[in-house]
Each structure stands twice: as C-alpha cells, then as structure tokens.
Write a protein that binds this ligand. Sequence first.
Ligand code: NAD
Length: 307
Amino acid sequence: MKVAIIGLGSVGAAVATAIKNTGLVHEMVLFDRDGVRSQAAAMDLGHASAFSFDVKIIAANSYREIKGSEIVIIAAGANQKPGQTRTDLLAANADVIRDIIPRVMANTDPKRVKIIIVTNPLDVMVMLARDLSGLPASRVIGTGTMLDSARLRTILARHLSVSPMSINAYVLGEHGDSSVVNWESINIGAIPLNDFCRATKISLPQTTRRTIEHRVQTAAYEIIKGRGATWDGIAAAVNDLLRCIINDEKRILTVSTCAPKTNLAMSLPTIVGMDGAIQVLTPRLSSMETVALRESGRIIKKNYNNI
Ligand code: NAD
C-alpha cells in the first residue's frame, strides 16, 4: 500500500511518524510546497527505519511522484494562531484545497483513490474537495470529530475511572465551535451512561456535563496557546482512520463526509472500511441535541456558501 501526505507541517509530519511506526504501508510519499521541508522530513523519518518498520519514504518534488497512491492525506494549509477560530482559516485554506485537489486527481486513479482531509475548517474543506475531485462522497473523508470524540472519551474516562477504550461516546456535527456532544447515546461497555453512573454511584450532573462539553470544544485553543499547534491527537486519529480503511475494519468512526442529498458534510457515526465511508448511521439524539446538530449544519453550510 502506497499513501501520500500533502503538507508536512506540524500535523503532516506527526501523521507520517504515526503511520511509519505502525508499518501499515510499504511506501509513503511526502509532498509540501516547501520542498526543503518535505525533504528534511523524509530524511529524518527515513533514518528511523533502522529502528522499526522499513517503510520507503520519498520526498516528492512534483505530484507525479504520488502516482500509485491509494490514499492521499491532505494536511496542508494555514493552522490556527492563538485566539483564531477554525473558520478564520476559511478563505486561505479553500485556496490551498483548490490548488491541491486537481493535482492529486491528475496523478491518481479516480476509480480507487481515497482522500483524507485534515485541513481546517474541516467540513467545508471536505465539501470543496468533493466538488473539485468529482469522487463519490464515500471516498472523500474528513477526520471530522474523531479527535473531538477521542477528547470526550478521555475526559469522561478520567471522571468515571474506566479506560477510554471502554467508552462509546461521540461528538457530532461540525469539527469546530458548534460541535455537539451526543450524551443520549453514550455507553460504558454495554451499559448506558446513566445506568453506569447509578451502578457506580458516580455523579454526573448537568453542570459537570456542560464543563466536559466546554473542555472538549476548547481543547484545541488550550493546546495551541501552550505549544503553538496541535499534532499528536490528530496524528493518532488519522492513523486510526487509515488502519480502519486499509484493514477493512468496518469500525464506526465520527468522520465527516458529504450527505448524498444535501451535499452537506458533517460528522456522524459512520461505518468505515476498504471502500471508505460505507454507511452513515443515524444516532439517537435528545431534542436539544437535534436542535444543536441542525444549527451546526447551518453554520457549515453558511461557511461553505462564503467560499
Ligand atoms: P503548519 O503551518 O505547521 O503546516 C502547514 C504546511 O502546509 C506547511 O508545511 C506548508 O508549506 C504546507 N502547505 C501550505 N499550502 C500548501 C499547498 N498549496 N500545497 C502543499 N503544501 C502546502 O500547519 P499544521 O499545524 O501542520 O496544520 C495543518 C492543517 O491541519 C491546518 O489547517 C490545521 O488547522 C489542521 N488541523 C486539523 C486538525 C483536525 O482535527 N482536523 C487538527 C490539527 C490541525
């Protein structure tokens, strides 16, 4: 399996490292418009082959070198500076996607290629990439709220004293400030959250829930304030998505893909496998969550109409 990564900044480089360390692929092509940066990344990571999987890592000078890639990961573009929202990146990163997608499509097999979008604002970039590529919605997949869901699961895990891996909890909607925590469908193991809290005598009142939601929604801002960008969490999310596709795992992930009728991209629980986003599922929502999700969709659509 050959994959390409476009954009070798903080995120792209961390994604390359995460993928390299799993040995999931035999060849990785790294492209950045700053060729010096991608050369350096390929050289540095290439040296790690002496310690773990011997993945062929190529720094591409042109898009011709991504030929044969079955999956292309796009992590290029401006990132948030302290105080900026993801939406502030809209115009600049729409231009980045407009630059990249036609070149990717000219150098990959349109019948096979899957595009993973990481660039923010995520959902709008998925819609734009879908428009420009002409690919089926199932093969233009945004990491969506995979990271937000992971943040929710880890925060809840500490509160409930169980492993995050035993928590099925999803953040839905926009990968952004209007994301929605789907409390209604949270299970701990096989046990609904409220039943779990009753059985373990752990209290989770509305005030604590609101605090958890706030922590999930503001996590990126906090990390950016402290280290200038976020990369470890998203790199793990991309690697998990890649694994799910390559191994045809058919796990349920909150990726962002375009809905067939409305063409609106937002994150919903989705079965993911070798064919990409195979089926989007309808989660159980409270009435408040339904309203919030509709509003999240409205915001994504408005931002899309602005580019
Ligand atoms: P960065 O500034 O460190 O790196 C961006 C890289 O993109 C640079 O190396 C730059 O040269 C390259 N680039 C820009 N335009 C390009 C083009 N047209 N073609 C090829 N390369 C190009 O930024 P970063 O911190 O790595 O973040 C990258 C993107 O990922 C941002 O949009 C950021 O908001 C997003 N992000 C998304 C998530 C998520 O959950 N989806 C999480 C973190 C970051």
